[in-house]
Design a protein around this ligand. Structure first.
Ligand SMILES: [Zn+2]
Length: 249
């Protein structure tokens, strides 16, 4: 049941056809993992906390640096040197005390990824590198947890939602490894992409609308264009492909 305060806090979204009190209850019961508390993780976490997602787990091993502040809006001047998850938890707790926030100050690795996402309803990819995204994609498929991918570069961004065993996964789309290096980015880009990811998470939890599945949304901020690339599930994909092919899944 929603309390009187909750009804008031979420009044404007409860008004939305397709959400209502029932949808708000679902948000309250939902458990979301946000992998990364930086440029994408900040806006995604802010809007998911504001929307009343009941339980949010934040994972990040980094400390706040001055060069993060152009885009990682959960972290402020005073937080430099502090753990990102602590800084994020403080702000999100002040935004909405109804949300239960968990922090994990660890690097996501092959050894811990399944344990970090187990028991959650959906994973939001707010990482900054492809190897960790592959780990999350594989863990999402193995644990049958939906996964919302997001990535940014400069004025460009990409988003795609993956429903394990049903729709194309990240590995169906990307194969190689992009060399990991410092990349350019203006803060508005992860703000837009992180908010699209949060929208996908809310729609999935509530069960409304059409998810961004089998479609890679490409955002080009310089020309202000949104383009959709149709992607297909690859039956030979090493993460989500046919079980006959030997990975035993
Ligand atoms: Zn795949």
């Amino acid at each position: 049941m929603l309390s009187r305060d909750e009804r008031q806090r979420y009044d404007r979204q409860i008004m939305i056809r397709g959400i209502g009190e029932e949808g708000q209850e679902k948000l309250k019961q939902a458990r979301v993992v946000i992998a990364g508390s930086g440029g994408l993780g900040s806006p995604a976490a802010i809007y998911l906390a504001a929307a009343g997602v009941g339980r949010i787990r934040l994972i990040d091993h980094d400390k706040v640096e001055l060069s993060n502040l152009n885009r990682q809006v959960l972290h402020w001047d005073k937080d430099i040197g502090r753990s990102k998850v602590d800084s994020a938890k403080e702000k999100l707790g002040q935004l909405n005390h109804e949300v239960s926030l968990e922090t994990v100050d660890e690097t996501i690795s092959e050894a811990n990824v399944s344990q970090l996402v187990a028991g959650f309803d959906i994973i939001l990819d707010a990482m900054d590198n492809l190897p960790t995204r592959y780990l999350l994609n594989k863990a999402a498929i193995d644990n049958r947890i939906p996964f919302v991918h997001g990535a940014v570069y400069g004025f460009e961004g990409r988003v795609m939602t993956i429903i394990p065993r049903q729709t194309a996964c990240l590995r169906c789309v990307y194969r190689g490894l992009i060399p990991q290096e410092k990349f350019p980015v203006i803060g508005v880009t992860p703000a837009i992409i992180g908010c699209i990811q949060a929208t996908e998470v809310i729609k999935y939890i509530v069960g409304t609308g059409h998810l961004l599945t089998n479609r890679l949304l490409v955002y080009d901020g310089l020309n202000m264009k949104f383009t959709e690339l149709i992607v297909r599930k690859d039956e030979y994909c090493e993460h989500c492909g046919n079980p006959e092919r030997g990975d035993g899944k």
